[in-house]
Design a protein around this ligand. Structure first.
Ligand code: BT5
Length: 255
């Protein structure tokens, strides 16, 4: 890992993309104590004050551009595991890019990439994890490790653990099923009723799985649809089908 540390940047993803375009090596990591223009998906803002962990990892995986979304699931798994290993908090995954604890967002990921032809030239995996912020400084619907456990943690130690987990599992990018399985097994809306805001529409149904293109499988009445992007809300806590639901029935459920 090659660490590039800043006290303050606009967005570690922006800086990482500049470095990647200049040829930075794989596993170059851009870290900032504060982001002044932290970004979420679709131009949303990501609040990034001191006390949280804000960083981006440059990767050059040998995958096709159509599979870049796998990096999001891959990095979510590494982050969820690191939180558990370092703090004991058992958080869950939420489609497409969240880590949740007790219905509140603890972390978010922003994966951006550049491809040339059929080759991915780089992927930037941006990870934002609320660590030492107290509840009253967090946005609505958010939580932090401190707000959850009353324990403060070293943000760089958490980052190192996340990157180590990614490095340890990097070769399984070649076996996407393992990544999808792990993500889905820890998903907070596995086989639950959900509502998704997508492209100006509201879709609702039972979330049935995820696929290598990053989509969510949503069962609406008799049809199962692939939802490519959106914001998901879990509608109730009752399981609609038994726990034996296959982790990602995608291969069998395409409509
Ligand atoms: C995300 O977007 O969840 C992706 C967040 C990625 C942040 C990292 S930090 C390092 C790297 N550099 C960047 O500039 N970004 C990445 P999205 O799913 O669109 O969620 C955005 C929404 O989350 C906002 O509209 C708020 O409602 C909420 N939000 C903003 N700041 C938050 C925070 N610190 N914790 C929890 N929720 C937050």
């Amino acid at each position: 890992m090659i660490l590039v540390r800043y006290k303050r940047v606009a967005s570690t993803n922006n800086t990482a993309k500049v470095l990647a375009n200049r040829g930075a090596r794989e596993w170059t990591v851009v870290f900032a104590e504060v982001q002044t223009r932290g970004r979420g998906r679709s131009g949303r803002k990501w609040q990034s004050p001191r006390g949280g962990l804000w960083f981006s990892v440059i990767l050059r995986p040998k995958i096709s551009p159509g599979n870049v979304a796998m990096l999001q699931f891959f990095a979510s798994n590494a982050t969820r595991k690191a939180i558990m290993e370092e703090t004991g908090i058992e958080a869950g995954t939420k489609w497409p890019n969240d880590i949740i604890f007790e219905k509140r967002k603890m972390a978010g990921l922003l994966v951006e990439s550049k491809s040339e032809g059929n080759q991915v030239s780089f992927v930037v995996v941006g990870i934002g994890l609320n660590v030492n912020q107290s509840q009253n400084t967090l946005p609505e619907g958010a939580t932090s490790i401190y707000a959850t456990s009353r324990e403060r943690h070293n943000v760089e130690q958490l980052m190192n653990r996340i990157v180590e987990n990614m490095q340890h599992d990097y070769s399984i990018l070649e076996t996407p099923d393992k990544i999808l399985n792990e993500w889905w097994t820890n998903c907070i809306h596995r086989s639950k009723n959900v509502e998704i805001q997508t492209g100006g529409q509201t879709r609702s149904g039972i979330s049935k799985g995820i696929d290598t293109d990053g989509s969510l499988l949503l069962q609406e009445d008799a049809r199962t649809e692939h939802i490519m992007e959106g914001t998901l809300r879990v509608m109730n806590e009752q399981k609609t089908s038994p726990d034996s639901t296959p982790p990602h029935p995608s291969r069998h459920a395409k409509s």
